[in-house]
Design a protein around this ligand. Structure first.
Ligand SMILES: [Zn+2]
Length: 87
């Protein structure tokens, strides 16, 4: 297993919607358990996905969603303080 390699955005999205299987899933599960960086990114995706569902409910196309995600992620990186305050 390669070390120092993080899950890709696609991996995290697939994990989130349950479409990752087999060895990939096993790798992700153990990686997410040990990697705070990827857990943090996954948490961001989970929040962003909810936002997308609320704001762009008609977009059901993975490519478009990815574009939006990418844009929102850049905004989040600039705006959100990196603390553990969840509510
Ligand atoms: Zn990672």
């Amino acid at each position: 297993m390669p070390t120092g390699k993080h899950a890709s955005d696609g991996d995290l999205l697939a994990w989130e919607d349950g479409s990752v299987n087999g060895a990939r899933r096993t790798w992700l599960a153990s990686h997410l358990e040990s990697c705070l960086v990827c857990r943090d990114r996954l948490a961001q995706f989970q929040g962003i996905e909810r936002l997308i569902q609320e704001q762009f409910p008609l977009i059901d196309d993975a490519e478009s969603q990815k574009e939006i995600l990418e844009r929102m992620r850049v905004e989040l990186d600039g705006k959100c303080p990196r603390d553990d305050e969840s509510s």
